[in-house]
Design a protein around this ligand. Structure first.
Ligand code: EPS
Length: 389
């Protein structure tokens, strides 16, 4: 079974990821992982922290001479910022008295429920781990999943369709394999990962306004997977449904508040006759539309998997909102530390990694084996004997 754990605080020494269940014999490029990390760090509206960090992965176990061994893979990403936080984040109690606790919770953040749940008197004990810094490791881990999927020609990509009031009506576009890959490629060239230049300009203006006003802004991105075989996930039990698995995983990305599959919420406002993807046959089954976003009955149906996710504005505001000091109970303004203004572009890259992981896991459940050779044999058999029957 494919699984992973991450550990690490935002201003601690670094982030660790342990991945178990990757088959042996998978070629892994460290350059590819590092490039994914770089993509995540980009985007107009990131804060000062991204000027400090230049994320690079160190591989501590599980890979020898460029290939997976089948044993647990350990990844490490150093926090360059650690050197500025050595006292505040030290494991040695000696430093405790020299550091002021954070006591003014930010509305919208994990701060207040976190200190109550874990019985802390310093919000730093919560914010360090709830921070989106953790997603750097999820992207590194997703980069392994992407390299696994590439062996089966499965590609993952993303692009941003809304930042605040600036948006493009994506329903007017035909989203097929070719157009999705092109949109992702063009998004890679955009400061906000938006492939539509008019909207891109408006998005930048929206972010500039937020920067000027000491505010923050959220948005919506699409993340997709193409060339996914029919039959990943299952209809037989609730926790095996691919759409449920993907939605839960994407929702777990910091600040994501909505996830839709295919036409998503729009499916609630039309008659069924307009929305189902009719079935045709020419040597194989095919569809001319993809309102269902590549998933029917909790299973992939061979069409591109299309997921839309919406991120709320980041709760750390330079112009802070009202809050209450957790120690004095006085009305105060929420704490402000350096922060991002808009991280929707970064979230879309994180979405890719999370989707890649979900699909790789479902793929291994279907075609599983301990080595790439075994998995490829099983996949080829399915393609030749079952898909083409
Ligand atoms: C984050 C706050 C900021 C972001 C951080 C997430 O960090 P800092 O408090 O050090 O300025 O930059 O994101 C990352 C460090 C990252 O790698 O994406 C938060 O509170 O969630």
């Amino acid at each position: 079974m494919l699984r992973f754990l991450t550990a690490g605080e935002s201003h601690g020494k670094g982030l660790i990821g342990i991945i178990e269940g990757m088959p042996s014999g998978l070629a892994i490029s460290k350059e590819f992982i590092n490039n994914e990390l770089k993509r995540r760090q980009g985007g107009y509206g990131r804060g000062g922290r991204m000027k400090i960090e230049s994320d690079e992965v160190e591989i501590l176990s599980g890979i020898r001479w460029g290939k997976t061994l089948g044993s647990p893979i350990t990844l490490f990403i150093k926090n360059r910022d650690w050197q500025n936080w050595e006292k505040a984040m030290n494991e040695d109690p000696y430093f405790e008295s020299s550091i002021q606790p954070v006591t003014k919770p930010r509305p919208g953040h994990a701060d207040l429920p976190g200190i109550i749940k874990y019985n802390h008197l310093d919000i730093r004990n919560v914010l360090e781990r709830s921070s989106a810094r953790e997603t750097a490791m999820r992207v590194a881990i997703g980069a392994l999943a992407k390299q696994f999927l590439k062996e089966f020609n499965i590609d993952i990509g993303s692009f941003v369709i809304r930042i605040g009031s600036a948006s493009v009506d994506i329903n007017t576009f035909q989203l097929n394999e070719e157009s999705l890959l092109l949109l992702n490629e063009n998004a890679n060239k955009s400061k906000v990962r938006c492939p539509f230049s008019d909207t891109e300009e408006q998005m930048i203006k929206v972010i500039e306004r937020a920067i000027k006003d000491g505010d923050s802004v959220g948005g919506t991105f699409i993340v997709f997977a193409v060339n996914v075989p029919v039959g990943l996930g299952s209809y037989v039990h609730w926790d095996r449904k691919l759409d449920g698995i993907i939605a839960g995983a994407i929702m777990s990305i910091q600040a994501i508040k909505a996830v839709e599959i295919g036409d998503g919420v729009n499916l609630g406002s039309e008659y069924g006759s307009k929305l189902m993807d009719e079935i045709f046959y020419d040597k194989k089954f095919y569809r001319k539309t993809n309102h269902m976003g590549g998933i029917e009955g909790g299973m992939s149906n061979g069409m591109p998997i299309i997921v839309k996710a919406t991120m709320k504005p980041i709760p750390t505001l330079r112009k802070p909102l009202r809050s209450v000091d957790i120690l004095t109970k006085e009305s105060v303004e929420a704490a402000y530390e350096r922060s991002d203004i808009c991280a929707v572009a970064a979230a879309s890259v994180i979405g890719e990694s999370v989707l890649a992981w979900c699909i790789a896991k479902a793929f291994l459940e279907k075609f599983g084996g301990d080595s790439m050779t075994e998995i490829k044999t099983s996949y080829d058999f399915y393609n030749k004997k079952i898909m083409e029957r």
